[in-house]
Design a protein around this ligand. Structure first.
Ligand SMILES: [Zn+2]
Length: 246
């Protein structure tokens, strides 16, 4: 294939732009912040699960507390009735004695139930504190995550601007290069990790980084300037420049 030396030079420029596009796309996918966001999201999900469990436990204890309060109240009501009857002084001496016994029993019962109530209150308090602690942790992680989200969005916007410019440059440049040469370049590029053309620098192919054999170097040096030459090792289009050493 033939192509003017100018087209070959432009092809190298095009390769530079294409390499920059690949690098920008790679940067976009591998921002270190993306891994950090994934880690934080996982942590938030796990803590939210724990918070939901804790909320269920908290409301279970709340019901338990209401029940314990009710138990104490019931016995207190019963005791008040007994005391009222004692105060009225109606009934036989035996009845009144029985009532006094009952009031003493109810006092002990109230004390025992109040003990239970207090225990439930302490557990309710603790469960509430655990719930608040989890909610605080989650909200701290969410702030951390949204700060990183902002950094990511800024970086992504910068990369996007860079890509828009590179793609526009690429379009302008490729429109000035012979179509057949572009076609060959694109075909090689898709087979060779995005690199279709390479400069020869000091008798070395900068595509595969292998030195030219003496025979190939001699052949390339003797080829017409508009002859499209290719690396015998990687098959990329080789562009000769002042640095080629041929
Ligand atoms: Zn090569």
């Amino acid at each position: 294939m033939k192509a003017t030396p100018l087209d070959q030079e432009r092809l190298l420029e095009l390769q530079k732009i294409d390499t920059q596009i690949l690098q920008a796309e790679h940067r976009r996918k591998s921002l270190p912040e993306l891994a950090e966001i994934t880690r934080l999201s996982d942590e938030i999900a796990e803590l939210s699960r724990q918070r939901d469990e804790q909320a269920v436990e908290h409301s279970d204890i709340k019901r338990e507390l209401a029940k314990a309060e009710e138990d104490v109240e019931q016995v207190r009501t019963r005791k008040k009735k007994d005391e009222a009857r004692l105060a009225s002084g109606t009934g036989s001496a035996k009845d009144l004695e029985n009532l006094q016994h009952e009031v003493a029993t109810l006092d002990r019962r109230i004390a025992a139930l109040e003990e239970v109530e207090l225990g439930v209150m302490v557990r309710f308090e603790e469960a509430g504190q655990a719930l608040s602690a989890l909610a605080e942790k989650i909200s701290a992680l969410e702030s951390e995550k949204s700060a990183i989200d902002e950094v990511v969005n800024t970086k992504l916007a910068e990369i996007k601007d860079e890509l828009v410019k590179l793609v526009a440059d690429r379009k302008d440049l490729s429109s000035t290069i012979d179509g057949e040469l572009i076609k060959l370049y694109e075909k090689i590029r898709s087979d060779r990790d995005g690199m279709g053309a390479a400069e020869i620098i000091r008798r070395r192919c900068t595509g595969c980084q292998l030195d030219l054999t003496a025979a190939d170097a001699a052949r390339f040096a003797a080829s017409a300037a508009d002859e499209v030459i290719r690396c015998e090792e990687c098959r990329r289009i080789l562009v000769r420049t002042a640095d080629s050493g041929l």
